[in-house]
Write a protein that binds this ligand. Structure first.
Ligand SMILES: [Zn+2]
Length: 392
């Protein structure tokens, strides 16, 4: 039995407990949460830390297989420039790709991450995930604007999904975005998704180009597809919301990734139509690609269930969920740490369907324990000097 205590513990499913104690067994399962209520006692084998103890973080959106692109992309003028840079950097050696994935997974662990929603276009990351103690949900990604190869792309994604079956991680198919999938490919994806209640993930509202491309084929995305000679198989004059409403099953848990340019009406539409929508924020990536952040106060106002991701090292210089929280709290100073820490833990765990193990400090769960140091106890917020240390 191990006892961990700090100035405060954040159970997430309840209010912070001053000098609270988390008791875990040798398998790291929580056996008790103690609220001393001012009646602190010395326990044998108790470790007390200055700071706050929170559950392990959940990174709801990552692309481990792009880790070899860390620091290699220029800050560009939006999504079209980003996509074309990625295209031009294809062809790295398998050795570099593999070593970068291994390094990224150890960074996730060091940053106090316990569960990850990871986008996969290849099997590159599978064996490394299998060797890791983290929980992974593999989102097998599908995209393709051409009608001709829609079936082949779908078959390949299903084959990749089958490769994940022997793994400990969970997996499901994930359409890339409303602007990158032909109507024909959507047909296959939609049929498949409606047959199960598995978790769906889709990049959504990441750029204004997405809206102008879908509505009237204007903007940089439209121009870049045209320059590449890609004639897309998407009906003209449709909004991103109309695309997801048309093709995604409303009853499945659905992760909407980015939401940088999502408008209030869309958020209302999504919340009304989908039973379990999660709005996943990836601040470092948004700042790198588009130079702005989603309207988080509006999302909160509308009652959106928010989770946090990092996106890939191609567009983010960090895979730390805590770094995302620090940015959010800095840019939106009215937000509380209580709100943000829930997004980084329990909401992410629910989005990935692993809330029975992760996301909160509750008896019976094994959520991992993180210590946040240099905490400002007058504001009950972390500071720029705060660091995360994994305790268990
Ligand atoms: Zn992404």
């Amino acid at each position: 039995m191990h006892r961990y205590s700090a100035n405060y513990i954040y159970p997430i499913n309840g209010v912070p407990i001053r000098n609270g104690i988390v008791v875990i067994d040798n398998s790291r399962k929580i056996v008790e949460i103690v609220d001393p209520k001012g009646n602190e006692k010395e326990y044998e084998s108790m470790e007390f830390y200055n700071g706050v103890i929170v559950p392990g973080f959940v990174n709801a959106h990552c692309h481990l297989e792009l880790s070899h692109l860390k620091g290699r992309l220029e800050k560009s003028d939006g999504i079209a420039g980003f996509v074309s840079q990625i295209r031009n950097l294809r062809g790295d050696s398998e050795g570099l790709i593999r070593s970068s994935i291994t390094q990224a997974i150890s960074t996730l662990e060091l940053n106090g991450t316990v569960a990850v929603g990871d986008i996969c276009n290849t099997a590159d990351s599978f064996s490394f995930k299998q060797a890791s103690n983290l929980h992974f949900h593999n989102f097998i990604e599908l995209f393709g604007l051409l009608e001709d190869d829609a079936e082949a792309r779908f078959v390949n994604a299903k084959l990749l999904l089958n490769e994940t079956l022997p793994l400990q991680s969970t997996s499901s198919l994930a359409p890339h975005s409303p602007y990158s999938i032909s109507d024909r490919l959507w047909g296959f994806i939609s049929d498949e998704l409606h047959k199960s209640d598995s978790i769906v993930s889709i990049h959504y509202g990441e750029s204004l180009q997405e809206y102008s491309f879908l509505m009237n084929r204007t903007g940089l995305l439209a121009e870049s597809f045209k320059a590449l000679g890609i004639s897309d198989g998407i009906a003209l004059g449709i909004t991103p919301f109309e695309v997801v409403k048309k093709y995604l099953p409303h009853a499945s848990p659905t992760l909407f990734i980015h939401n940088t340019f999502v408008k209030r009406d869309e958020v209302r539409g999504i919340i009304k139509h989908f039973d379990k929508p999660y709005f996943v924020l990836c601040p470092t990536s948004n700042l790198f690609i588009e130079g702005c952040l989603p309207d988080i106060p509006m999302l909160m106002n509308e009652g959106a269930c928010i989770a946090v991701g990092t996106d890939s090292l191609a567009s983010s210089n960090t895979l730390s969920v805590f770094d995302q929280i620090l940015i959010i709290l800095e840019k939106f100073s009215a937000l509380t740490f209580d709100d943000a820490i829930k997004w980084a833990t329990l909401n992410g765990a629910e989005a990935l369907g692993v809330e029975s193990i992760y996301g909160s400090l509750e008896k019976g769960k094994s959520p991992g324990l993180n210590l946040i140091t240099n905490f400002d106890f007058s504001l009950m917020k972390p500071t720029k000097m705060s660091r995360v240390r994994r305790l268990a």
